[in-house]
Write a protein that binds this ligand. Sequence first.
Ligand SMILES: C[S@@+](CC[C@H](N)C(=O)[O-])C[C@H]1O[C@@H](n2cnc3c(N)ncnc32)[C@H](O)[C@@H]1O
Length: 251
Amino acid sequence: MQLSEIAQDEELDALDPLRHLRQEDTLELLPPQPISIQNGRIQLEFPSGGTNSESSIVIKLAVDSSPGCGGIAWPAGEVLATYLARRGRESLRGKTILELGSGTGLVGLVAGILGGSVWITDQSPLLENMVRNVEINDLSHCVSVAELNWGEPISQELSRPADMILAADCVYSEPAFPLLVKTLDDLVHGDSSEVLLCYKKRRKASFLSPADKRFFTLLKKKFTWVEVEDDPNHQIYAHEAISLLRLSKKH
Ligand SMILES: C[S@@+](CC[C@H](N)C(=O)[O-])C[C@H]1O[C@@H](n2cnc3c(N)ncnc32)[C@H](O)[C@@H]1O
């Protein structure tokens, strides 16, 4: 979403505050009801970049939709994991990384394999499966799991400035939009963190749940952003309405 589109949207909202309730676009339920999977196992492979020809990164994932939609792997997470993997195995060595709404932990697990020191976070029902995934992939030495509810005060441990903040497919629930923006605002100090947000563009889940444009209207108060352009897969996932954005805090 471009900043100009948001400005135009705000002008239209000012003229007609109820217009979102009258839109008749085809609606996409998002994320849809989680596919019902219990105690599943999948394996995902990501080509690893870097100077030497390196073997691809393989992640084994326990997936289970019973604790919530985050119990399965979402496409925006795969896009972000693929983007990071292209940087190569040692590319995140010495970097501290915090992922929000990690779900299965996929993106953070890849960041751990790339050498980062990673926190994967989510709401409490998801944590058990995330711990399992850290263990299955033998990454306990570099990936830690913690509860982080957006909008709530952040523990001292997690609020240390991270070199990289990641969020994949976290823009889907309107009540959570201000909470997510608050947490991003709380976590990012100045320009020292690289903030990557990968999201799937959604229209609206129902008459009462407006489009993700609302998220960007809130985000705009605290951040600017650009599409990530150095990703050769950009055209492919753009067809699926997935965008990868790099956020910068407004001064
Ligand atoms: C669609 S899933 C995406 C999971 C994962 N990032 C991926 O790409 O596969 C959204 C995640 O956001 C988490 N989430 C939603 N609301 C949250 C909140 N208020 N605080 C923390 N996490 C939240 C959910 O539990 C879920 O794991």
